[in-house]
Design a protein around this ligand. Structure first.
Ligand SMILES: [Zn+2]
Ligand SMILES: [Zn+2]
Length: 178
């Protein structure tokens, strides 16, 4: 999304408000799954000519669909993240390291928007803090149904192993005798 600076150029302190709906960028969540946008991004704020740079102060509202780290179902994440950036004209002597640059008479905000959203994605997001996750044995989503494979099933390999340990000479036994 682009912000026009027309009308702000020659006046320090001049500012403009913006309120824009723009398509969400394609994002990959930290777990490698695709982030789906459930609505266009709502970007609001002001851009001010401070003299050496244009200061953008605003907010991004996003409705994103992410995959729950426990049950692997998609869930809706509503994000509101600040968008605070400084832009200096490309090649200007005032340019500072943490400023972004622009050319012509408009600022391209997409790069900053994508970064802010990405930084605010959860590392291990959950559909609900009480999500019960999947049964490790049968894969049933425990938020929806109860399965019967709780304690009954013991991995047969583990059963053999524990038997071997029980019978091992030299103190491996449960009661400590040999
Ligand atoms: Zn979940
Ligand atoms: Zn199960």
């Amino acid at each position: 999304m682009k912000l026009s600076l027309v009308g702000l150029e020659n006046e320090h302190g001049a500012f403009k408000q913006f309120d824009v709906l723009t398509p969400a960028p394609k994002l990959i969540a930290p777990d490698g799954t695709e982030v789906l946008a459930k609505a266009p991004l709502h970007v609001t704020g002001t851009v001010t000519n401070t003299g050496p740079c244009y200061h953008v102060s605003g907010e991004i509202e996003a409705k994103l669909s992410l995959v729950c780290a426990r049950c692997l179902e998609r869930y809706l994440l509503k994000l509101k993240v600040p968008l605070i950036e400084d832009y200096a004209k490309s090649g200007s002597s005032d340019e500072q390291e943490d400023w972004r640059s622009f050319q012509g008479d408009e600022i391209e905000l997409d790069g900053a928007i994508e970064e802010e959203l990405y930084l605010n994605l959860p590392l291990r997001g959950l559909c609900d803090k009480n999500c019960q996750g999947l049964c490790p044995i049968c894969g049933t989503n425990r938020n929806r149904e109860q399965c019967n494979c709780k304690e009954e099933r013991v991995d047969p390999r583990l059963a053999v192993l524990s038997k071997l340990l029980d019978n091992a000479p030299g103190g491996g036994g449960k009661d400590g005798t040999t």
